[in-house]
Write a protein that binds this ligand. Structure first.
Ligand SMILES: Cc1cc2nc3c(=O)[nH]c(=O)nc-3n(C[C@H](O)[C@H](O)[C@H](O)COP(=O)(O)OP(=O)(O)OC[C@H]3O[C@@H](n4cnc5c(N)ncnc54)[C@H](O)[C@@H]3O)c2cc1C
Length: 262
């Protein structure tokens, strides 16, 4: 873990208030694994002052090499910090701390994995999908969006995956919640990874008994101030007692978290 000034290589507003930013960050990109996160300064003016937690969305080399030396952020505007961050420009430097937290545990032996992304949950799952495809696994990505107009552009959908979309208004793919697609895809899968809003996790926990017993890992977007285990703002009730999302997570087993206490 270290703090560096990362140069903005590119900044795209994919949809209104949805940003995809590539940063030059060789030392952090080399260490980072899908599921880990960064504490990112809110733009060049650092206003608000506290860094905001964002997942490492993608990892890639700058040239033809194999070792990643750049990383991408995929985030939506929720408040002042993300709004300010979205206004950065190519060539700006952002102060980032990372990589932080525990990554997804993608088993070498797994042949078939199912990913469930609710909206910007695609951020960490995009990188995980790329890693799983590289390892030769069969990857199904279930993606939930509000409507066809909120669908992510094809260039941020990971290559080599089988994609199924659910939209709340039925304008694209299955009409309804993305979790409704899960039962049909989980049979025969070795692992499942889900990232989305708290409501999606609570739904998953509720329908869990009716699903095939495939292990499910989730990533919690608990609000946090420091990201390093000092402030205790991100404690999460689990079967093993209180855990810190920043150090023990943000990746947890779905069955480990006490959802009725969140
Ligand atoms: C480990 C981790 C990884 C994350 N990765 C991503 C990512 O890859 N892409 C992405 O878009 N977002 C991600 N988030 C959420 C992101 O950190 C928040 O959206 C951001 O901190 C909001 O800051 P703000 O100043 O814009 O909003 P604030 O002004 O701080 O808050 C605005 C509104 O957003 C809500 N909010 C703030 N933080 C969170 C949160 N963590 N979870 C739910 N609601 C929140 C507040 O309750 C408030 O209503 C991640 C969060 C964590 C903890």
């Amino acid at each position: 873990m270290e703090v560096i000034d990362a140069r903005v290589l590119s900044r795209e507003e994919l949809l209104p208030e949805l940003f995809f930013i590539w940063l030059e960050a060789p030392t952090i990109a080399r260490e980072a694994r899908p599921g880990q996160f960064l504490m990112v300064s809110c733009g060049v003016h650092k206003d608000p002052l506290l860094r905001r937690p964002l997942c490492v969305s993608r990892l890639a080399p700058m040239g033809n090499g194999q070792t990643p030396d750049r990383l991408a952020l995929l985030f939506s505007v929720r408040g002042r910090g993300s709004l300010s961050l979205g206004q950065c420009q190519t060539g700006d430097c952002l102060s980032i701390l990372g990589p932080l937290g525990k990554p997804f545990r993608l088993e070498r032996a797994s042949r078939k994995v199912v990913l469930v992304a609710g909206g910007t949950g695609l951020s960490p799952l995009g990188g995980l999908a790329e890693e799983a495809v590289r390892q030769g696994k069969e990857v199904t990505l279930l993606l939930g969006v509000e409507s066809a107009t909120k669908m992510f552009p094809p260039r941020v959908i990971p290559q080599g995956v089988r994609l199924e979309v659910a939209s709340m208004d039925g304008s694209m793919g299955h009409k309804g919640l993305v979790t409704e697609l899960l039962a049909a895809h989980l049979a025969g899968a070795d692992q499942c990874f889900a990232v989305g809003p708290l409501g999606m996790y609570k739904t998953l926990a509720r329908i869990r008994p009716s699903l095939p017993p495939v292990p499910i890992q989730i990533s919690l977007e608990t609000r946090m101030a420091c990201g390093t285990g000092l402030c205790f703002a991100c404690s999460v009730p689990t079967r093993q007692g209180l855990r810190l999302s920043c150090k023990d997570g943000p990746v947890f087993a779905l069955d480990e978290v006490l959802w009725d206490r969140l």
